[in-house]
Design a protein around this ligand. Sequence first.
Ligand code: GLV
Ligand code: MN
Ligand code: MN
Length: 422
Amino acid sequence: MTIDRSALAERAQGMIDALASISAEPGRLTRLYLSEEHKAAARLVSEWMRDAGLTVRMDAAGSVRGTLPAGRSAQTTERRLLIGSHIDTVVDGGRFDGTLGVIAGILAVENLRARGVALPFGLEVIAFGDEEGVRFPKTLIGSSTVAGILDTTALDTVDADGVTMSEALRAFGGDPHALDDEAYASDDVLGYLEVHIEQGPVLEQAGKPLGAVSAIASQGRYRITIIGEAGHAGTVPMAVRHDALAAAAEVILAIEAAATKRSADSCVATVGALQVSPGASNVIPGAATFSLDLRAATDESRTTAAAEVRDYLRDVGHRRGVKVSMDAVHEKPVATCAPRLGKAIGGAIERVTGAPPVTMMSGAGHDGQAMVSLTEIGMMFVRCRGGISHNPLEFVEPDDMGVAVLALSETVRTLADDSGQG
Ligand code: GLV
Ligand code: MN
Ligand code: MN
């Protein structure tokens, strides 16, 4: 198993490096949905999938999908086990977020085939094109398409250059009119597995390379707009101003407080983007628009925090004489991992690492949040250095990647044995 593992670690590292070289910006890793770089990454992933023995196609939403038929002659099923993650990145992101899951899926297929394991069900490895929701203000486009829950109003959203998702999708080679045809029926799938870097410090602190995920946190993204009155910075007395940015500052501190007081529920809130208009040093801000990303271990905690922010915003509006609005752009309830898949993942981790698995909640969002509408989901986390992610310093030890591939292969093998068909 040791030789196997170091060879897999080396393969995974080479693939991570190859994908990391495909970026829109020299010296930083930025690969957005439906960009030229996404296309180049999709081509490379397609080649790897073909080499692993998968039959590959690009679907209408730009996801790369590689299938393997059931391998056992008797007692097989046409139903498929899905394995996936994403190949888009945030701006100046890390090289492992998403890509590791796709690479692990491909290498697990390769590993199973090399060991002569014939499965009683089909497999599909999927490289989703949009999980991050950076280019357009919508997330999980690829996985929502496969799960059959895509809200097609997403197609009308625009990027920073005014290009609609629909236009970008056509230019990419996708088909906005064929998205419905890409969805699976629940009866045709056996579950969804995803390997992902932890993006937090728990595994490193526990001294374990892998963990089993119990659930993905409740998540909401909102756009908050405050309209005040622009004016001369030198002449308008403080008492009569309607400064949109000062109002926003108050609201942002209230957001921080709303999450902090719910820390027992792992509630976290982030204002990561802020636009001020007109944006000049001698003009009182007339408008401020900012993002809010709010997450918690329970739906109740997340929705009550959002309601509290909404009330506070309204109050600031009255007190300061500014117009306010708060629109939800993305909302997902807690996505619970299926005990059946968690057990298979936990058992595989224990057999491969020799120690019982750590089980943890995911604060980060994942494609499983969409896939859970279609089928049962299971996730495996891989230790990353310092828990750092969405950052170029993101780092995973090659050996941990090798272990992850082995544990994923072992999970698939366990599910094959458990299916009672082989
Ligand atoms: C995706 O990485 C998210 O958690 O926002
Ligand atoms: Mn990710
Ligand atoms: Mn991410």
